[in-house]
Design a protein around this ligand. Structure first.
Ligand code: NAD
Ligand code: UD1
Length: 359
């Protein structure tokens, strides 16, 4: 294992997974050039660097290069590639709300797929052929068996435009890798990222009403929302509520660095599940959160969310074997770290501004 791909280009770097991954990259000695258009992140006070990455610099004592830029702006993208010697791309930038993707599908296809095509064309032009793509367990659709391994069929039962963008991008990247020698395309299929850096200085900061369970729970805990709605208790799970494979965002971030360290030995195109292999139900998550924090989470059981699945959890043994990576952090740590971030930053990165906008 060697670490000589020094400069990594990160798209969507101001976001949740991007900011945590950049922190791990900087600590591991990589140089980082990041972009974000702030469609789902908060610009910094001075407009030059987002607040999340400002805090990453403080936490690591290292600096990175940041550009406010949209992936759809190909000319600006080219200017970055001509200015920096980039060895690898980690591509996080995407719109990611399932519900919104059903209302404005074309925006999702243009941003996620159009943005990726621009990126890959520019990479090709500048001879940068290593890309790590943020895919999702959503590509598997309804599981035919559990745990889900990478051989499980993908794409056939994706139920929404967001999920389809992930599937289509995987296919596009596979085609690119097989059309031309020299590409390394690594598809990382995340399960359910939660938690925050242990400092509590950075974390997940969804704009508007959270779609996902953990940020909703933490906003109830901090009293931004009165109670949690539990979507259905009639699934085929131990207590009837939905079961997912929650993975600490720092473990997930480490997974990206594990790929970089092993890139040379890797196949041209390969997919890895990043999860823990353990499923927890909604009620188990609520209980773990209450135990980790001492804060009671009021909830009401309501009907199922449209398109929701009963159980999803990963077989991540391929990543363990080939990347020498394994998720280490427990559900209680995920809850405790989420709470440290949320309680220290009740309104996220926007502080007072968020208080006004969310009221
Ligand atoms: P996020 O919204 O916090 O981060 C994505 C960032 O990309 C945002 O800061 C946004 O402003 C930026 N962005 C979007 N479109 C852009 C564009 N055209 N140009 C430049 N920047 C753009 O999301 P996240 O949770 O950090 O997710 C990162 C990636 O992981 C996404 O691709 C997401 O689909 C994928 N993913 C996330 C989860 C999850 O639960 N968080 C699960 C599976 C996969
Ligand atoms: C969601 C997305 C999926 C995406 C994944 C990770 C949907 C339909 N799917 O999946 O495409 O890849 O996030 O970002 O949005 N729950 C509640 N109350 C809530 C929120 C969630 O009970 O307020 C339940 C859900 O029914 C589910 C579990 O909590 O059983 C986890 O939900 P969530 O965090 O949204 O993740 P996914 O459903 O896995």
């Amino acid at each position: 294992m060697q670490m000589f791909r020094t400069t990594v280009f990160v798209t969507g770097g101001a976001g949740y997974v991007g900011s945590h991954t950049i922190l791990v990259l900087l600590n591991a000695g990589y140089e980082v050039v990041a972009i974000d258009n702030f469609v789902n992140a908060i610009p910094g006070k001075d407009g030059s660097i987002p607040e999340s990455l400002h805090r990453v610099q403080e936490l690591t004592g290292k600096s990175l290069t940041f550009y406010k830029m949209d992936l759809l702006d190909k000319e600006s993208l080219e200017s970055i590639f001509s200015k920096h010697k980039l060895e690898c791309v980690i591509h996080f930038a995407a719109l990611k709300s399932v519900g919104e993707s059903c209302q404005i599908p074309l925006d999702y296809y243009r941003n996620n797929i159009g943005g990726t095509i621009n990126l890959v064309e520019v990479m090709k032009k500048f001879g940068v052929k290593n890309i790590i793509f943020s895919s999702s367990a959503t590509v598997y659709g309804a599981p035919q068996y559990l745990p889900l391994d990478e051989k499980h069929p993908v794409g056939t039962s994706c139920t929404n435009p967001y999920g389809r963008t992930k599937y289509f991008i995987e296919e596009i990247l596979k085609d690119v890798a097989s059309a031309e020698k020299g590409w390394k395309v690594i598809l990382l299929r995340y399960f359910n990222p939660v938690g925050a850096h242990e400092s509590g200085k950075i974390g997940e900061d969804p704009q508007g009403i959270p779609n996902n369970l953990m940020p909703y729970i933490s906003q109830v805990a901090v009293k931004r929302r009165p109670e949690l709605q539990v979507f259905g208790n009639d699934f085929n799970t131990p207590d009837g509520t939905g079961m997912r494979d929650y993975i600490h965002v720092m473990d997930l971030a480490e997974g990206h660095v594990a790929v970089l360290k092993n890139l040379d030995a890797m196949k041209t195109c390969v997919a890895y599940n990043l999860g823990t292999g353990h499923g927890y139900t909604v009620l188990q998550v609520i209980k773990a959160f209450e135990e980790a924090t001492g804060v009671k989470i009021p909830y009401t059981v309501v009907g199922r969310r449209i398109g929701d699945l009963g159980s999803l959890y990963a077989d991540s043994s391929l990543a363990e074997k080939e990347l020498d990576w394994k998720a280490k952090k427990s559900l209680v740590e995920m809850c405790a770290d989420t709470w440290r971030w949320q309680s220290q930053n009740p309104m996220g990165f926007r502080g007072e501004i968020a208080a006004i906008q969310n009221s």
